[in-house]
Design a protein around this ligand. Sequence first.
Ligand code: MN
Ligand code: MN
Length: 466
Amino acid sequence: MEIKELEKLKLKKKSAWEKYKDDTSKVFKFCENYKKFLDFAKTERRAFYYIYDEAKKNGFTDFNEGKDKLIFKNRNKSIAIAKIGKKPLKYGIKLIVSHIDAPRLDLKQNPLFEEANVGLLRTHYYGGIKKYHWVSIPLSFFGTFIKENGEVLEIIIGEDENDPVFTITDLLPHLARKVQGEKKLSEALPAEKLVVTFGGIPFFDDEEDKEVKDAIKLNILKILNEKYNLIEEDFLSAEVEIVPSFKAKDVGIDRSFVGAYGQDDRVCAYTSLRAILDMEGNEYTTVVLFADKEEIGSDGNTGCKARFLEYIVANILKIAEPGNANEFYLKEVLFNSKAISADVNGALDPVFQEVHEPQNAAIIGNGVCVTKFTGHGGKYSANDAHAEYMGYIRNLFNKNGIIWQTGELGKVDEGGGGTVAKFLAEYGMDIIDCGVVLLGMHSPFEISSKVDVYETYLAYKCFLEK
Ligand code: MN
Ligand code: MN
């Protein structure tokens, strides 16, 4: 063989931009709408509303009123949309599962206090954050309050141009030498110091001359009561999420990247949503599920361990094949299904390459990333997809011109992470991780490549269609 022939035997890595070198318009247009979604859907509830509205606009209906384009809701936090296919359900369904929760700061149940003329809110972080990322940036307040009489108040502050924002102040460097500088990075900012600056004007009592106790806290409660009809006890039956205020932006002189909060995993949520809405044909029954609680282990009744999928497929059976709506058949359908765990992976970090094993790390801009296994050292706690299923995905993507790559999260002994794949694998279905790679993952401003976002959308679409 000639050397030229031999070269062809090698596995090549290539930039996905090459596919669009003559025309990037589809990629850029797709990401304009993606950014709008990110700006709207900064919490799992907001993502839920967006997905529900889009599904409705596209002819999907609540499952108990529908026939073939169905919506399944789980407590305003997790949602699925499904399309009944031509093939009998015993051949399994095509399933894509992403998650719509993201790392953030939750308010504690009793959050409000004041110190040194500042009204403050105590937080408990949610998911894996680097605490130092959350200081000195503008923050927004997304609250869902359930009043004693059951009334629901959704309060958002910080997102409108004219809204105030909030922040967590950091210690000035002049005084940080010992209390922060000599500590380990993970200990320099204890969680209890992540308190949100919330107000600063005291309440003055005109009637009495004596000093009012907790006057700033009182004034904050006065404003919350006048503007939002809240009392302090309402925080006990509330969920308040504190998230970055800034909007999704193009990053780079060539606008190649999207920078935004919450792209893990709303990038896979958005691309899988668009995929089912835009897909052509209906060979298999397809389900696209948007889960909550992934960032804290998928526990809880809106997380992937809660068997919401069983409830969905049981109801699909009842609608599409009433004669087969039984426990045995449900197991059969799930066992024969094919799934994608649609989640992000970390891209090879250009300046911290030492944590990766570059030959097997995914590279930003090289297309959708297929991750055969997650877990940590020794593949512990991983869904390790079989070669057969990997072969199926490889064939599918290659045949349909999808630019894809494989990725391993970091060096073997470096760390690790998990996704929902292993929980869905419990049903016996084939499942593999597949999604966008990010730089700065789990930071308040994560970076994706627009071409990877678009390629992921195309990959999900062809998975559902074929
Ligand atoms: Mn994720
Ligand atoms: Mn994550």
